[in-house]
Design a protein around this ligand. Structure first.
Ligand code: NDP
Ligand code: GO6
Length: 312
């Protein structure tokens, strides 16, 4: 079977870059949207040019030019969107509705992967304000995809290591703490940590796979399902140094939402659901889901122990 042609929208971003690399590595003809809005963003342009050097094809287009999106989509078989969530107070994710419209009109797309890559929004009907905006927007996009009968796969990637593991789940820093570590409650709720390159590898594996058609692919590699205490222990073993542990009650944690800026309010809600409620692990994968490390056992996923070594 010929390798499907892949278009990545949002390719210069954190997870998008890795998806382009994984797509090229798997031998897919890989196309990247070059948005006309990038203007003088020289770093973005250089990243795009570096993709071209590695064999990707750049396609000019804009979310404000419907025709350009339709033309871009017509050149490929699979579209992967990796647009950002909420870094500022803008409804970025809803921009994807324009992409859904273009895919619907083009009519040729065999698989669409919208920008998901985190908590499964379908589990988050009772999520806190304002963090729930990310889940609500992802659900709005899902509804549009399904109403248009576009074949899809949703990737639930759980916690990117860079935001959650390297910092031992501390907020407002991406580095491991040196002396004391804040523990959410008793630190015994299970979360799931992912190397970002593995997120990209599993994502690309899924695009031509009939068993992920119209399903959610959960990334739950068994050895990376850990409580916060287990994660901290792994770091302590690596460094040979014990950290002072300070437990934060759920109540104290929630009280921080008031007065925080918007991005922090969103993040506080997300951290609450993950580390107090256990929203990543408190449900079984059902009929409409599949688990990545079971489907693709040939992928040698990065153990969090190895991931943490980068921070030594
Ligand atoms: P980034 O913030 O890195 O942004 C990705 C891309 O979004 C940018 O490169 C840009 O595309 C595009 N973009 C941003 N603003 C606009 C706009 N106004 N119009 C059009 N395009 C825009 O995204 P991430 O990689 O961090 O996030 C991707 C997904 O992953 C999101 O759904 C997010 O919720 C999820 N996520 C999950 C995490 C986890 O721990 N599981 C952690 C972080 C994110 P271009 O390249 O064209 O300029
Ligand atoms: C990552 C962040 C970390 C924000 C998800 C502020 C969507 C998801 C796990 O954008 O709000 O400290 O699932 O001080 O479905 C942000 C968000 C993380 C990054 C969470 C995310 C995770 C988005 C912070 C901080 C480390």
């Amino acid at each position: 079977m010929a390798k499907s042609r892949v278009l990545v929208v949002g390719g210069t971003g954190y997870i998008g870059k890795r998806i382009i690399n994984a797509s090229l590595a798997e031998g897919h003809p890989t196309y990247v949207l070059r948005r006309s809005e990038i203007g003088l963003d020289i770093d973005k342009l250089q990243i795009l040019l570096s993709f071209k050097q590695k064999g990707a094809r750049l396609v000019d287009g804009s979310f404000f030019d419907h025709r350009s999106l339709v033309d871009a989509v017509k050149q490929v078989d699979v579209v992967i969107c990796t647009m950002s969530g909420v870094h500022f107070r803008s409804h970025n994710l809803l921009m994807q509705l324009k992409l859904v419209e273009a895919i619907k009109e083009a009519g040729n797309i065999k698989r669409f992967l919208p920008s998901e890559f985190g908590v499964d929004p379908a589990q988050m009907e009772r999520a806190l304000e304002p963090g729930r905006v990310t889940f609500d927007e992802k659900m709005t996009v899902r509804k549009a995809i399904e109403a248009a009968n576009i074949p899809y796969t949703y990737i639930s990637a759980n916690c990117f290591g860079g935001y959650f593991a390297g910092n031992l789940c501390q907020m407002r820093t991406l580095l491991p703490p040196k002396d004391k570590v804040y523990i959410y409650g008793d630190g015994n709720v299970k979360a799931i940590y992912m190397d970002e390159d593995d997120v990209a590898t599993y994502t690309i594996k899924s695009i031509d796979d009939p068993s992920t058609l119209n399903k959610t692919l959960y990334l739950r590699p068994p050895e990376n399902i850990l409580t916060q205490m287990q994660l901290v222990e792994k770091w302590e073993k690596l460094t040979g140094k014990m950290l002072e542990k300070i437990s934060i009650s759920a109540e104290d944690f929630l009280s921080k939402i008031k007065g925080a800026d918007f991005v922090e309010q969103v993040a506080l809600g997300h951290f609450y659901h993950i580390f107090y409620e256990g929203c990543l692990t408190n449900f079984e994968i059902g009929e409409n889901g599949a688990e990545a490390s079971e489907l693709y056992p040939e992928v040698r996923y990065t153990r969090i122990q190895e991931y943490l070594k980068r921070y030594l």
